[in-house]
Design a protein around this ligand. Structure first.
Ligand code: COA
Length: 139
């Protein structure tokens, strides 16, 4: 069983899982991972057995739902939870008056987002020393 919910600010469980995946696993600089204005985002959470297993951060701006920091806890990957948190993002995006989903995909995750209907825009660029591609999806 899993549960989907969102929070209006970051909490300890979220920051700890983001640290585990982005800082420890991917080597992203800790100083840029958590930002000063996390309270300006929606924090989308998928829990299973009361444990945070998948997460994404989102913000609505002029009809576009910007998604970021998408992750699935390592031991839960490959079970469809990444798809579930992204589909939840679309639902919350629509509820926030958005018809476009937008994200910057890390190069290794581009095929994952393509499977979910995202289309790459322009050229790859570097962010946090990782090649990224802007991708969008109409919802
Ligand atoms: N490349 C290609 N396809 C992928 C993929 C990848 N890296 N990861 C998943 N897929 C495919 C799956 O095979 C599945 O296809 P299917 O529906 O045909 O069976 C579909 O995408 C959905 O996969 P799912 O099981 O929901 O993905 P996941 O739970 O493993 O989560 C990530 C995918 C990318 C979120 C996860 O690997 C992760 O957290 N990585 C570390 C953090 C990260 O890099 N986040 C992305 C930042 S942009």
């Amino acid at each position: 069983m899993f549960e989907l919910k969102f929070f209006n600010d970051i909490n300890d469980e979220i920051s700890s899982l983001r640290y585990e995946v982005f800082v420890e696993e991917q080597g992203i600089d800790e100083s840029i991972e958590i930002e000063h204005d996390e309270y300006n985002y929606l924090h989308l959470c998928l829990t299973t057995d009361n444990q945070l297993a998948a997460y994404a951060r989102a913000k609505a701006c002029s009809g576009v739902f910007h998604i970021g920091r998408v992750l699935v806890k390592r031991e839960y990957r490959g079970q469809g939870l990444g798809r579930k948190i992204m589909e939840y993002g679309e639902k919350i995006g629509l509820l926030n008056g958005c018809n476009i989903m937008e994200l910057n995909a890390q190069h290794h995750a581009v095929s994952f987002y393509k499977k979910l209907g995202y289309i790459g825009q322009g050229e790859y660029f570097e962010e946090a020393k990782i090649p990224h591609l802007k991708m969008i999806k109409n919802i």
